[in-house]
Write a protein of this length. Structure first.
Length: 661
């Protein structure tokens, strides 16, 4: 039976093909004849002086009609079933079948995505109205129970990278639940979604990659960035974090693996600041990498060539900045993240007065460091201008902190020159002094009139600072001798080991407290556990995390439409953070508010930024709100589930009576 059917199908296909071939030959002849006829009419109409313009117009229209009809007649793919009964009907059936299949597939995929929106938190009514009843288990859970399930899975993971993957997978699957989990214990989860674990995640990005988050723009896309921005599904973008991956934390050039940083930063925009996640866009500018290990790694997800620099690089950044503002407006916040020193200062100075932008490594780090110093002053009982600072490192973080310290000292009343004389910097070649060759513009400003000194230990011994700040990502740079000298020179030495991740810290909290016998005022860039000394003293080290700064600044800038972000905003932010540190916090060794209060701290920073912006005429949303707290609070994102129940109500019975004849 099957043989007969196969033969019948073969003969059917043969006859249909033959008919189609004959049809094509016939129609081609008709097409040729009609074209010759149309051309003749056109030539005749053009050259005949005796033909009226009306007749010429009619002839032209007639020619056009005949030509179009002949095209339709000769082209079987147009779907004229009366002229091509076999092929056109078959094509239509195939097309309809494909469309129906695609539609069903899209519908099913959409329903699956919808199921992941709230998961088993959907009520029966919502499931029925959305057409997803039966696609979920017959169980109805609160969001609290869903959090409990996530926590069970999270706690079963034995290392931080696996925990990071659990949380990032949850973010892909159920965004509101992800932020509900984060905000339930931000102190616990921040070291996982951001530093230090995010550094390891970036190094292993080729292995941990699950689904793309963010926009990858390459040097080969130059000239088409506006088109690429149109690929992003969200239109109302208010904040962008962008990196080129050249200096990821203290880990160096990670190329496209650096995408983990913008993703992590923007997760904290929402978790700590309340910025709506749909208004955030992570961007990776891939211009290549100079990391040989990545270039030879088959799992590397970026461009496999050396970094493009110079004019092409600058043109890419220029085009990106312009394309962003053209699409999202001048108020769109663009945060630069983990660019190399050579580009970080240059790009900040180039764009800061033209776009709504800041560099978190320079200005964010400066703000959180100065906030810690302000808090420390309440312990040392003196003014900022009474202190002398030595920096281990002279890169973007060190320069940013130093500039903000100078601003704060000027606010106390001393001159800029006197403030600069209180800041000493040590780079890879030793103390930065006048007359030293190959100093860039930023370093020249802090060159001291002093003989050359090669090591940090010697600098501390000779300068006798009241505070040392480590931002060079050199693990162990604050040796036991340096810590002992600091304790000998000062009753309460200020020791900030701010390098990230933990493996790059200049010293640990335990080393600082032990060597200084509990007198050191310590802060770090990465989290450290509490320290208990043999005498029973217990300290909770303060973490100078930029997350105290950028979420609140971003929320405030977005709220009032600031177009240019000045350093005054970061000084205001530092003062606001320090004001939230209680005397109890200081007694415990904390120079920053507890992380579990970071959402409230970010909210207060945002209100301060809004207030400052309106006072200095830098806001663009008017009229100015009378109640700025209420104004900011209404913008804050909530991780609570939205209701999907369709609004249901009835009219009065008399209004709904059916009218009859």
């Amino acid at each position: 039976m099957s043989v007969c059917v196969d033969n019948a199908l073969k003969w059917d296909c043969f006859f249909k093909s033959l008919m189609y071939f004959l049809h094509l030959v016939l129609m081609s002849l008709v097409f040729a004849c009609v074209c010759i006829y149309s051309l003749s009419l056109g030539i005749f109409a053009f050259y005949s002086a005796e033909i009226t313009s009306s007749y010429s117009s009619q002839s032209f229209v007639h020619c056009l009609f005949v030509f179009q009809f002949s095209v339709l007649l000769a082209c079987p793919s147009t779907g004229i079933t009366a002229l091509n009964p076999f092929l056109c009907r078959a094509n239509n059936r195939d097309l309809l079948a494909r469309r129906a299949g695609d539609s069903q597939e899209r519908s099913l995929r959409g329903k699956r995505d919808l199921c992941m929106e709230n998961g088993m938190a959907f009520t029966l009514e919502e499931r029925l109205q959305l057409g997803i009843h039966g696609l979920l288990p017959p169980c109805f859970l609160s969001q609290d129970v869903q959090v409990l399930r996530v926590m069970k899975n999270y706690e079963n993971k034995s290392n931080d990278l696996d925990k990071y993957i659990v949380l990032m997978t949850l973010q892909d699957r159920n965004e509101k639940l992800f932020y509900r989990v984060l905000t339930s214990d931000i102190e616990r989860f921040m070291p996982i979604v951001y530093t230090p674990t995010v550094g390891l995640a970036c190094q292993q990005y080729g292995l941990t990659f699950r689904r793309p988050r963010g926009l990858f723009i390459t040097i080969h896309d130059k000239g088409h960035i506006a088109t690429m921005l149109n690929s992003w599904p969200e239109e109302n973008i208010k904040a962008i974090v962008v990196t080129d991956g050249e200096r990821i934390l203290g880990l160096g050039d990670l190329g496209s693996y650096g995408m983990g940083i913008p993703v992590g930063k923007l997760a904290l925009y929402t978790a700590c600041g309340g910025v709506h996640p749909q208004q955030c866009l992570p961007v990776l500018l891939d211009v290549g990498t100079d990391n040989e290990a990545l270039l030879n790694d088959p799992l590397y997800i970026g461009l496999k060539h050396k970094r493009v620099r110079g004019k092409q690089y600058d043109e890419l950044i220029d085009e990106f900045m312009q394309a962003v503002t053209n699409k999202y407006g001048m108020n769109c916040l663009i945060q630069f993240e983990d660019f190399a020193n050579a580009n970080a200062f240059r790009l900040l100075n180039k764009y800061r007065n033209k776009y709504c932008t800041f560099n978190d490594d320079i200005q964010g780090t400066a703000s959180v460091a100065v906030a810690g110093i302000f808090a420390a002053l309440r312990i040392t009982k003196n003014k900022l201008s009474d202190h002398k600072f030595v920096f281990q490192g002279a890169g973007e973080a060190a320069m940013g902190i130093a500039h903000l310290i100078i601003m704060a000292m000027e606010k106390e009343g001393i001159s800029r020159e006197d403030a600069i004389r209180k800041i000493w910097m040590v780079d890879s070649k030793g103390l930065i002094v006048k007359g030293r060759s190959h100093l860039n513009h930023e370093k020249e400003m802090f060159a001291q009139d002093h003989p050359s000194v090669n090591t940090l230990e010697e600098v501390v011994q000779k300068v006798k600072p009241t505070a040392i700040i480590g931002v060079a990502a050199i693990a162990g740079a604050f040796t036991e001798k340096i810590l002992k000298d600091m304790a000998a020179f000062n009753e309460r030495p200020i020791i900030f080991a701010l390098s990230n991740p933990t493996s790059k810290a200049e010293c640990t909290a335990e080393q600082c407290y032990r060597v200084t016998e509990g007198r050191g005022i310590f802060a770090s860039g990465s989290p450290f556990s509490k320290v208990t000394l043999p005498n029973g003293q217990t300290f909770f080290p303060g973490q100078g995390n930029n997350a105290y700064v950028f979420p609140g600044v971003a929320l405030g800038v977005i709220a009032c439409g600031v177009r240019h972000i000045s350093d005054d905003i970061f000084l205001t932010t530092a003062e606001s953070i320090a004001a939230e540190v209680t005397e109890q916090n200081l007694a415990e060794g904390r120079l920053y508010p507890p992380l579990d209060s970071i959402r409230e701290v970010s909210f207060k920073i945002a209100v301060k930024v809004v207030d400052w912006a309106y006072k200095h005429d830098l806001a663009s949303w008017y009229p100015e709100p009378a109640d700025k707290e209420a104004f900011v609070r209404r913008l804050i994102y909530s991780p609570d589930y939205d209701s999907f129940v369709i609004d249901d109500y009835k009219w009065p019975a008399t209004a709904m009576q059916t009218q009859d004849v």
